[in-house]
Design a binder for this molecule. Sequence first.
Ligand code: UD1
Ligand code: CA
Length: 482
Amino acid sequence: MSTRTPCAVIVLAAGAGTRMKSATQKTLHAIGGRSLLSHSLHAAEGINPEHLVAVVGHQRDQVIPEVERVAEELDREVLQAVQEEQNGTGDAVAAGLRPIPEYEGTVIVTNADVPLLRAETIQALFDAHTTASAAVTVLSLDLNDPTGYGRIVRNDAGEVTEIVEQKDASEEQKEITEVNSGVFAFDGRVLNHALTQLNTDNAQGELYITDVLAIARREGHTVGAHLADDPRELAGVNNRVQLAAAGKEFNRRTVEAAMLGGATIIDPETTFIGVNVVIGQDVTIHPNTQLWGATHISDGAVIGPDTTLTDVTVGTRASVIRTQGERSTIGADATVGPFTYLRPHTVLGTGGKLGGFVESKNATIGAGSKVPHLTYIGDATVGEETNIGASSVFVNYDGVNKHHTTIGDHCRTGSDTMFVAPVTVGDGAYTGAGTVVTDDVPAGALAVKEGKQRVIEGWVEKKRPGTPAAEAAQRAREKEGK
Ligand code: UD1
Ligand code: CA
């Protein structure tokens, strides 16, 4: 393991988030395929801290499992601290220090509702804090409209003296445009001591973490602010309008990364790429495409338009058009779509084809095999270079159990074949159009199951007289001179 940065990061996620108007705790809402909480823990892990602490409180029965899931994903310990009552940000940080008592390194505090914050920015704050030998460094923002934020108050010498909340600010202080992002670096010892000095003599009757600045300064420590380059990175998510805006901004990043990695994206505005998606070089993505989960698009593949793939692996040069797919694998040079539905555990071999109006599930289709038109293929294994006729159904369900169909290499099955599972079709076998295959077909055999066609001459004119069909039949007969 690479050397840890001598710091602890405390991520605050205890708040109620009432403005989301949701049964789901605020930080569990997702953008880019990842919860807000997970984004913040990933960013914190990005600086490789000695300790990572999540402060939970409100709806923690929901939040704790997500903390544990992310810890597993990050393959590191994430300590949990419970803030029983939400008595303010100062109280939340005090809770966050409980699992790391008397920690003397740098303590960084971030919020779980700022999903766009990058590890690089946390690192820059840490570096500025360390370089200045400061006791407290606040990550500040310069905003055109500072309403609602705590204002960074400086003296005539330009030194930071305190942070004043909107509700406690004088008219003059409200004019200040430099504000508190809610992200801080503290000297651990100074922080532990200052937290014992906080009080609730303020407009909200809460313990404010922001008061630590004035306390530290009063006690002779250096207090500073590090101005963030891009205030958009610290945009908080408090309601669904902000959630959508943050999602859009995050997507801009993932789409841009794909383009800079060598993918052509025809319309970045209508292309959505989740945070864990991997996209190769010379991939082309057409409009209205969404790629989620652990989707992997290999070099030279063409995806979309109108395609949504979740946890799908697409091989080199494959083409996937107007397709909905989930937990499936598409081989190199294979083609899928248009209007194809890949359900979980579809595996399409190299150069294979799943064509229009085909639905597949739990089906392995060998190299060069084609299921071109209007077919349901479920619980099946198809060999190589086989062609499944149009409008076939793999009848896999008897109403109680699912059964498997196995089809060999180089088969040619007729249109409208029903494979009533469990059934096996040997290599090189054929089936006739309309065959209901209920028994195994040996290699090289032709299976047909049809009665001789009956033709009843003159039936329409006799049984449906006066109809357009009867009139057409009569004209045809007259033309033939009958
Ligand atoms: C806080 C800052 C303000 C800053 C703003 C940036 C204080 C007093 N004010 O204001 O200066 O400009 O953030 O967004 O710190 N939380 C807890 N437990 C609590 C209270 C809050 O975990 O008891 C968490 C919340 O879930 C949230 C964060 O702390 O993630 C900030 O709390 P919030 O109440 O939103 O603070 P603001 O009023 O926005
Ligand atoms: Ca807030």
